[in-house]
Design a protein around this ligand. Structure first.
Ligand code: PGA
Length: 256
């Protein structure tokens, strides 16, 4: 049985003071959900500068931290970059790789994303590898081949033990930040397809260990229907993760 995961991707939002206030509210809120521990993993993914201070605040809680990106290099003369070992040493255990905004605005694709996945795993982080098709691709009914190619580029080269530590997030580009969510049927169909790809490449046991999150306008109102799909193991939440109360409602849904 896979543990559900709810991850809040803050993107480029919040001041340091707002980040601390959010975490304070989240800790209080989660404390009122006593039997949460074994059913749902909760991760927040703030901007890099807040990882260390938030790690300090979260030390004795079960909330985990993730970064939103990392370099494919471990160290060196790469001004402005942040590496996987830095993210780990700052207290995070997850890192998003290949978010559609990184692909679109920073032209990240193919080889570099594969190298980032490898760097994350080599330094003890769980990569959250994002895939998902733009609207035009879905309209042309090419979404399965699109996602299949992204998986091939980013994660299907991994040995089975490494793949099992990897999380896949299906985020249709047309649903990100648009308020237009995939229907539970569309999400389940793609998640089952992704698991099928993993089964074909590895086997059913390995494929059954990998958590596949849905992302794209998840909120407290639509989370229940999405998370009840057999192959949806939780959500990567953007906009609705910025307010502690709303994020908590989504966590509550995931544990029910
Ligand atoms: P959204 O973002 O929930 O605001 O659509 C999700 C994401 O980009 O991870």
């Amino acid at each position: 049985m896979r543990t559900k995961l709810v991850a809040g991707n803050w993107k480029m939002n919040k001041t340091a003071a707002e980040a601390l206030r959010f975490v304070h509210e989240l800790i209080i809120g989660l404390n009122s959900l006593p039997d949460l521990s074994d059913r749902v993993e909760v991760v927040i993914m703030p901007p890099f500068p807040y990882l260390m201070p938030l790690a300090e605040k979260l030390k004795s809680t079960r909330i985990k931290l993730g970064a939103q990106n990392c370099s494919e290099h471990a160290w060196g003369a790469f001004t402005g970059e942040v590496s996987a070992p830095m993210v780990l040493s700052a207290g995070a255990s997850f890192v998003i790789i290949g978010h559609s905004e990184r692909r679109q605005y920073f032209k990240e694709e193919g080889t570099v994303l594969r190298q980032k996945v490898d760097a994350a795993l080599a330094h003890g982080l769980h990569p959250v590898f994002c895939c998902g098709e733009p609207l035009q691709v879905r309209e042309q009914s090419r979404h399965f081949e699109w996602v299949s190619a992204q998986l091939e580029e980013g994660v299907l080269h991994l040995p089975a033990e490494a793949l099992a530590k990897t999380i896949i997030a299906y985020e249709p580009v047309w649903a990100i930040g648009t308020g237009k969510t995939a229907t539970p049927r569309q999400a389940q169909e793609m998640h089952a397809f992704i698991r099928g790809q993993l089964t074909a490449k590895y086997n059913e046991v390995v494929a059954g260990q990998v958590r596949i999150l849905y992302g794209g306008s998840v909120n407290a109102a639509n989370a229940a229907a999405l998370f009840s799909c057999a192959d949806v193991d939780g959500g990567l939440v953007g906009g609705a993760s910025l307010k502690a109360e709303e994020f908590l409602s989504i966590v509550r849904v995931a544990q029910s």
